[in-house]
Design a protein around this ligand. Structure first.
Ligand code: FNR
Length: 377
């Protein structure tokens, strides 16, 4: 199929993947209202068009936590990425590095941190859930340090997993799930050969090295389920703040008060996020939550934002509303599933082109010039 825009990759991924994986990526929580609004609300943000502003020089570069980013974009942590493309975390990390942007490895990646970090020539970011098993947390921090990770992302909007009803229908979970997945794999032979056969082992690389036994994916998911901890609070993060020298980012903030608490805690950054509409349906979209959070924080920490960002124009809108950078979730996963590393590289190029057009037509010559004066209320 012809791919000319970032949104084409969703359909390309749908064709390539067994349905249980496509819907696992594509779906959200409950009736998926927030999932839809995440996308719609970015497109409702109206930009001011400016003309004759001499836009002959334009820079998309930005500084974030002592790193230079060629674009104000970071690839978000996405679990099980190695199931969507062969050793998918390595492919996505290489694509990100080749375009000068950070890749964030999920706690629940297929490829372990020791496989991904040496594959790229820039420091990788690492995401952690705050889990009950302190031994795992300590082990993960040590391993992250050992492979040169500096920036940690703590995802705090999953003290308990949201209800994702699509998964039971698609065969990701529910009755006869294993058999249904097998049949779907057989009817998607390109995926079955490339990822199902050649992409092994299919475990949670970071967890299996800690647990020290090679069991199936279902066992790891069981371990994870038992380790989500509804009792977590800011004080549970304090020992990590004290032990970690590098930047610490809190992901999953949607409320101005939580953003202020993150400042008080000593976070270096937050990610304004509703987990891509996968947790509490009915909460505000990120586009609507962001301005009040930017006002509450007043530059005391860096603001990243994700959920619903699908193209370069959305990135410009997010920065104009107060973010310092964005994270991409599904946008890059669709591209990875469709065309691997080349797909993610191409997607980032498409984002860059769209950002250049949008900035040229709004008269913003640099990332720091993207602010609320560009928004039409
Ligand atoms: C996620 N997300 C996520 N976040 C995280 O901190 N750790 C994780 O392991 C995962 N896993 C995960 C799997 C899948 C399939 C998706 C789609 C998302 C959330 C992710 O980091 C990000 O917040 C959202 O994807 C952003 O929304 P969009 O861009 O996908 O709409």
């Amino acid at each position: 199929m012809i791919i000319s825009s970032p949104s084409d990759y969703r359909e390309a991924a749908r064709r390539k993947l067994p349905p249980f994986l496509f819907h696992y990526i594509d779906g959200g929580a409950y009736a998926e209202h927030t999932l839809r609004r995440n996308v719609e609300d970015w497109s409702d943000v109206a930009l001011r068009q400016r003309v004759l502003q001499d836009m002959s020089s334009l820079s998309l570069e930005t500084q974030l936590f002592d790193e230079t980013l060629r674009l104000p974009i970071v690839l978000a942590p996405v679990g099980l990425t190695g199931m969507y493309a062969r050793r998918g975390e390595v492919q996505a990390a290489r694509a990100a590095a080749s375009r000068g942007v950070p890749f964030t490895l999920s706690t629940v990646s297929v490829c372990p941190i020791e496989e991904v970090a040496p594959a790229i020539d820039r420091p990788m970011w690492f995401q952690l859930y705050v889990l009950r098993d302190r031994g795992f947390m300590k082990n993960a921090l040590e391993r992250a340090k050992a492979v040169g990770v500096k920036t940690l992302v703590f995802t705090v909007d999953m003290p308990t997993p949201g209800a994702r009803y699509r998964d039971a229908h698609s065969g990701m979970s529910g009755p006869n799930a294993e058999m249904r997945r097998m049949i779907q794999a057989m009817t998607h032979p390109a995926w079955a050969w490339d990822v199902g056969v050649r992409g092994r082992p299919h475990d949670l690389g970071n967890v299996s090295r800690y647990l020290g036994k090679a069991t199936g994916l279902a066992d790891y998911i069981g371990w994870l389920g038992a380790n989500f901890d509804p009792s977590i609070s800011w004080k549970d993060l304090q020992w990590i703040r004290d032990a970690w020298d590098g930047p610490m980012i809190i992901k999953g903030v949607l409320d101005p008060q939580d953003a202020r608490d993150a400042v008080a805690f000593g976070a270096d950054g937050i990610v304004v996020s509703n987990h891509g509409g996968r947790q509490l349906d009915g909460v505000l979209s990120s586009a609507r939550a962001l301005p009040a959070i930017a006002d509450a924080v007043q530059g005391d920490l860096k603001i990243l934002v994700d959920s619903g960002i699908r193209n370069g124009l959305d990135v410009v809108r997010a920065l104009a509303l107060g973010a310092d950078a964005v994270m991409l979730g599904r946008a890059f996963i669709y591209a990875l599933a469709a065309r691997g590393q080349a797909g993610v590289g191409d997607l980032l190029d498409l984002f860059e082109k769209e950002m250049r057009v949008a900035m040229t037509l709004t008269g913003a010559k640099s990332v720091s010039a993207l602010d609320r004066t560009l928004i039409v209320e």
